[in-house]
Every structure is written in C-alpha cells, then in structure tokens.
Ligand binder design. Structure first.
Ligand code: NI
Length: 133
C-alpha cells in the first residue's frame, strides 16, 4: 500500500508523551508509533463491535492439580466451533503452558477465555486479541 504523509498538530505534553512512548517501546520513529497505535485501536474497535476476530488464549497451570486439565478440556469442547488449535507444552515437572488459538465472534471468544482463566488452579491466563483482515 502507498505511504501517505500528513502533518499532525499536538499539544506539547502530548508530543512529550508520544516521544516517551517511541523511546519506551523502541520504535524507530514517531510514524511507526502512530501506525501501531492506529492498528491497535482498530483491533479493539472490532472487538467492541463483536466482529469476527482471531486471538490466542495463554494458560499456565500446575498439572498436578486435580481435575484441572479435564476441566479445561470440557470447556474447550463446549467451544469447539471457535477453537482452531490447542497446543500444550510441559514447562517443567509441575508446570504446563497451554495456548488456545481462537477465531470467532469477539464476545464468544471473551466468554471462552473468561471461563478457562477462571478454572481453579490456573496460575496465569491471558487473551491476546488480533484481527483477521
Ligand atoms: Ni503438561
């Protein structure tokens, strides 16, 4: 796609905040930071409007916890229509990392993610959202 240049007017404090964001996120320049902010906003907008989106749910848990992995599997079967793939990694003797790749209506994906993360014994869970187009 062609790159178009345009001028942006900002207040001094906003420019300072932008430059800090560029520095902290190690962007090459302000344009790259703007592009990132815009695309992030577009993705979030799609989620807010319950459009079809893609995402990944990451779960970390102790596999010795009773029935935990069974519960995770039960929940995933209830949402088979939005799950593209599940991958399981044995991190060490106790810990497992599971990633669930999903695609579907934003609200249904959020619902699935909330249920998985709420399972007792999940140490860390996060849904990362992306876009499909
Ligand atoms: Ni494991």
């Amino acid at each position: 796609m062609a790159v178009v240049r345009f001028g942006v007017s900002l207040q001094e404090d906003q420019l300072e905040a932008l430059d800090n964001y560029v520095k902290d996120s190690q962007f090459a320049n302000r344009s790259q930071a703007f592009r990132q902010l815009i695309s992030k906003n577009l993705v979030e907008n799609k989620w807010q409007h319950n459009k079809v989106v893609a995402g990944v749910i990451t779960l970390v848990y102790n596999h010795h916890k009773r029935d935990l992995s069974l519960k995770l599997t039960d929940i995933q079967h209830d949402y088979y229509d939005v799950i593209l793939s599940t991958q399981h990694f044995h991190l060490d003797y106790d810990k497992c990392l599971e990633i669930v790749v999903v695609k579907g209506k934003a609200l249904r994906l959020t619902e699935l993610s909330d249920k998985l993360i709420a399972v007792k014994g999940i140490q860390h869970g996060k849904l990362v959202m992306s876009t499909v187009d």
